[in-house]
Design a protein around this ligand. Sequence first.
Ligand SMILES: Nc1ncnc2c1ncn2[C@@H]1O[C@H](COP(=O)(O)OP(=O)(O)OP(=O)(O)O)[C@@H](O)[C@H]1O
Length: 800
Amino acid sequence: MRQKTNNADSSGFLGSISSNFLRSISSSNRKPTSSNPKPPKSDTENTPPTTHPNIPINLHHQSKPNDPFSHSNSHVKVVVRIRPENSNGKEGDLKIKKVSSDALCVGDRKFTFDEVFDANSNQEDVFQSVGVPLVRNALAGYNTTILSYGQSGSGKTYTMWGPPSAMADESSLSSQQGIVPRIIRMLFSELERERLVSDQKQFNYQCRCSFLEIYNEQIGNLLNPIQQNLEMKDDSSNALYIENLIEEYITNYDDVAQILNKGLSRRKNEAMNLNSNSSRSHIIFTFVIESLCKGTTKGFSTSKTSRIILIDIAGLDRDEVDDGGSQCPRESRHVDKSLSQLKHLVDALTNKSQSGKKEDIPRSDSCLTRLLQESLGGNGKLSVICSISLDNKSNDATLQTLRFGEQVRSIRNEPVINVVKETDADLSNNIRHLKEELIRAKDDVHSSAGSKDGYFQEHNMRESLNLMRVSLNHSLLLSNIDNDTDEHVNVNEDDIRKLRQQIDELDNSSEGNPKDISVDEDCVQFYSDEEYCDADTNSCDEVEKADVYCGKTLSNPSVATESSFRDSISLNSCNHSATLAGPQLSESPKFSKTQRRSVAISSSYLGSWNNVAESSTFSNKVLRKSFKQGDHVQSSLQSSKAKSLAASLQKGLQIIDYHQQNSALNKSSTSFSFEHLTLTPCLDIDKDDSYDQTIQQKPSSDEVTAAFLCASCWAKISNEDSSKAQAGNPDGMTDKIPKHLENVIAKSIMKEKELENVCKEQAARIEQLNQLVLVFFPSSFMICGSDFTFIDCLISRWRN
Ligand SMILES: Nc1ncnc2c1ncn2[C@@H]1O[C@H](COP(=O)(O)OP(=O)(O)OP(=O)(O)O)[C@@H](O)[C@H]1O
């Protein structure tokens, strides 16, 4: 889930933040609030932790060997906690018995989970089982979620937060304290430890949180009561966000304890049959950690972001809902509805899991379900704590809770939604290649801006972009060839969209301020030098940075206002050294609508690749843009080297496109064929028999004849024609032949002229580019030798 807002925050943050990505970075200990204008378009989260968490976890926190989360492909963990008996001592009819560490029996029926906590268990036990792996996964870059599920009065709230008095107990860990405060404590302690060990200049982090309530399907901010009826929306890439939700920056456990207390005290509670203080709303506490890691290359830093989502659902007395009729409170019906939809979601996911098919996930209008579907994404880890009570009245509810838990657990090893759809191998490879090239190119742009080795990097960048473009065009051609049949190539819509977006962004960067360029897997962002110099001239050099963000774009200029923190995180290019390793590129489970839309978009993208004319649409677009940008080139002469470089690059790409387009045309028409230039196999028209033969064959097409004639031949033929015509011709063809040839040759000459014009244009463009290259990178020519220019290199590469 993401949050976004359209309001700029008045606290000095020029931009705001999304819940996924920190857009303002500050060295101050406490930032009151911030809101976020727009979430990143992509719903892609961190890339997967492939080896180990970047932040080592204390040994005593290591997970148990049988912990499902220790298997990288396991996304779901389900534990059950049995609440101690009520003070009235009444037991339910059903005999519930824990039979092993991970199983319990209800009557004859055995339920197996990842762990079962009986009535003697304490808060620390649950924390060790659920909380510690969550912290580990969060620090490893996963988005983690805990869902506290169960009947009213079963102990959900107790397990999650503990009694308010325990929360306020800041001095030490109260035995009653719930798992949320324990998690927060551990998180801060691990982050702090890492920061101290690794030196503040190498690593820093920032945390923020939000606390919202869903009551009667309406979302309110528990930390700011003014914020009611917030809207949960899908952005253009179907990522969920809460519009206008304000987040709080936190730096230590005490901050969070205060926030939790404030939020919990505002939660809607009411006395119900099963619980004298029953929660009437779902509450969701979201904790976002962002780590920043200094790398080795000046100008770069990396950042990884993880979200921890802690959900405590509202109390529901199922008997009340079933029997209550008009007496049933409105909120109970809402709660029932949202839980039913949640169950449907799990049903659908379970069916998919069992059948192996990609079943459409039912569309839900329940906030809770929509939120959870995000948490079930491929880079998410979900823990469900099922609370059951031995209370007399809740036997059915107990069974229902256990069945739910079991069902959720059955999808534990399945990627919830197959993220990458079937992809044409070549196309997919090319796209991957393009991404790599794009990232490399952007890295090079950045490095070249302030590096003495700019010359090599510029060259690399040009090469990368060239390769990228060639590769893209190759993909287009491939798709074209493959689509001779009506077969649809299934590609990952996101890949294509992002790729195009990134190339567009790159294009844009040549026109102006080259910031906010995002790259899918390791997103590079460019800040203008001026931006940082304005804020702090002393550290300008150091903070002339490109933050490498995983999958998202930072865009808050307020970063520049906090120099000390900036110093600590600046200038690093450490694609692979993020503090929070990234989980896999993934997508949260999408509803059927999304799936359908995804197919539609795929086909629409590919549809445009189905013939040569359309396949060049993209190239044309870029070309047009390139020309447009070319107009800016003169005016950008005074601009930064990076800008000039980008403009120059565009020109190079433009030439390549131009060649490629001509090449495509060659295949279908002789009009603009370069082969004309090399066509010299004139017929031996000195010989009469050849001439006769030509006449006798009566070529049906002017073009055929014209194709074998050059201007000098035509002169000869003309002379002979005229002499033959004067001598008379017995077979009556005398008049016809010269006329025929005249037409053909006239056409041929026209074509030659057209061709000449094309060549001139091309020569002019090549010249233009060479001049540009000379202006910007005089040393570049050294690469190819004095007679072999950069564009020659590009063209020869393309031809090869
Ligand atoms: N494991 C436990 N040990 C001791 N007391 C518990 C335990 N679990 C729950 N309780 C007590 O049981 C009562 C109900 O618990 P709690 O409010 O957490 O239930 P709930 O599932 O959140 O209910 P609702 O959904 O109606 O809000 C509380 O007084 C709580 O302190």
